[in-house]
Design a protein around this ligand. Structure first.
Ligand SMILES: [Zn+2]
Length: 428
């Protein structure tokens, strides 16, 4: 069990962006930004999303509201500090901008958060990165309005206060975390996900599942030491408001995930997955995530030669949602004893016809494995190129994610992590 606080927390917080959801909502961004008095707007995207024409269309639509908009399509998928510095440099040189629109997956939204931070505040990216890697500086000045338009259903980046990146020199994923990074407005238009390949839907969907499961099973906010007002963090542990969103997200996933992977043209399933992603984001954006996400950082960051279907071929990668899911069954087997009822409830939400015989600790891992097999997720971390010889390096990478591990409902030692990773080599 996590240690018992001497002076338990009695306060939780809840924050969320404004939300506009539904088919056609992305056509209204010019009006929305006009309300903030924006005149010059940078649309931030990656080359793949730019090729669909959506970012250019959104930029054009803003003209009707007297807004001059330019598209920057230089975002790198799974951004690095070098890639983000390039994007920030571009925005600083071509500025000033008075608002930003991010169109894309988590990479574009996170890059836009960094651009927004570093065009409104001085200094270098490293000044703001989470300690111990960066200086953890808080922005001194308010940021500009940022509209986040997710085109892959899953990351929840449109709802969160974090920006995630790889630091190349250190081969580590880290981020910036501050309430001012949260987008002003999230515009979720399910039509924009229509061209998503099924491999992307599968990985992104596992990210949704894990966001909901990890925030639902996170350490409850009351199990932490009481904080002073200036110490409050966006991720405060499981709380009643985040729980509600996580439960609803799991129910939507149960109904539509397999269908959305099988048939990308099923508009109802696609719409429900977009809603599930939004709900899960509204939950974990406040409760936080834990072991599967902490493990995902080194699993994605130390990749050697894995090229998943549906993603750009140039660089080896383990997509975020896939990386998160690969140790999830073992992680929830490990955390079961801290919150048995919540693990059972989560399994039932994900698989309403669950056969409730046998060991309850096995319900959630087995539900996850059945789902992962059905949608074509690799069978464990060996399938994405890791061997037992890599476990030490992976554990070292996970241990750098103390902010996430602190949200685990069970204290998690180096040996515990080594066990979870070793048993996740092959899941079935
Ligand atoms: Zn995630």
């Amino acid at each position: 069990m996590a240690s018992v606080p001497s002076n338990p927390e009695s306060v939780f917080t809840y924050g969320a962006p404004l939300l506009k959801f539904g088919t056609g909502s992305s056509a209204e961004i010019g009006y929305d930004l006009g309300q903030y008095g924006a005149r010059r707007v940078l649309v931030v995207t990656d080359p793949g999303v730019a090729a669909t024409g959506a970012p250019q269309r959104i930029a054009e639509q803003m003209k009707a509201y007297g807004i001059e908009a330019e598209v920057f399509d230089g975002v790198r998928i799974e951004p690095t500090d070098a890639g983000m510095r390039e994007a920030i440099g571009y925005a600083r040189d071509s500025g000033p901008w008075d608002a930003f629109v991010a169109v894309g997956g988590g990479s574009s939204i996170d890059t836009a958060k960094a651009i927004n931070l570093l065009t409104t505040n001085d200094g270098d990216l490293a000044d703001y990165l989470n300690p111990p890697i960066g200086a953890g500086r808080a922005p001194a000045r308010p940021l500009n309005p940022l509209v986040a338009v997710p085109t892959t259903t899953g990351t929840g980046a449109e709802s969160t206060t974090v920006c995630v990146l790889d630091v190349l020199d250190l081969r580590v994923k880290t981020g910036i975390s501050h309430p001012r990074l949260r987008p002003t407005l999230a515009v979720v238009d399910p039509d924009l996900t229509r061209t998503q390949p099924s491999g992307v839907t599968a990985s992104a969907g596992m990210d949704i599942v894990c966001h909901a499961l990890e925030s639902y099973t996170a350490r409850p906010y009351t199990s932490f030491e009481r904080k002073r007002p200036e110490e409050r963090v966006p991720y405060c542990g499981a709380n009643p408001v985040a729980d509600m969103w996580s439960e609803r997200a799991l129910a939507l996933v149960a109904r539509s995930f397999r269908t959305a992977v099988r048939d990308g043209d099923d508009t109802e399933a696609r719409g429900e997955m977009a809603l599930a992603a939004t709900f899960a984001g509204l939950g974990f954006g406040n409760a936080g995530v834990h072991i599967p996400h902490a493990n995902a950082y080194p699993i994605a960051g130390q990749v050697r030669d894995f090229h998943p279907a549906g993603y750009p071929r140039e660089e080896p990668m383990v997509p975020h949602g896939m990386a998160v899911s690969l140790t999830a069954p073992e992680a929830f087997r490990f955390t079961f004893e801290a919150e048995p009822d919540r693990h059972v409830r989560a399994a039932e939400l994900l698989e309403p016809r669950l056969d409730r015989s046998g060991d309850p600790a096995e319900y959630l891992p087995s539900v996850l494995i059945r789902l992962m097999r059905d949608i074509g997720i690799p069978n464990g971390i060996a399938d994405v190129g890791y061997t037992d010889a890599d476990v030490t390096d992976l554990v070292a990478g996970t241990l750098k994610q103390q902010r996430l591990l602190a949200t685990s409902p069970r204290e998690t030692t180096e040996d515990d992590l080594a066990g979870i990773l070793t048993r996740s080599m092959s899941l079935w």
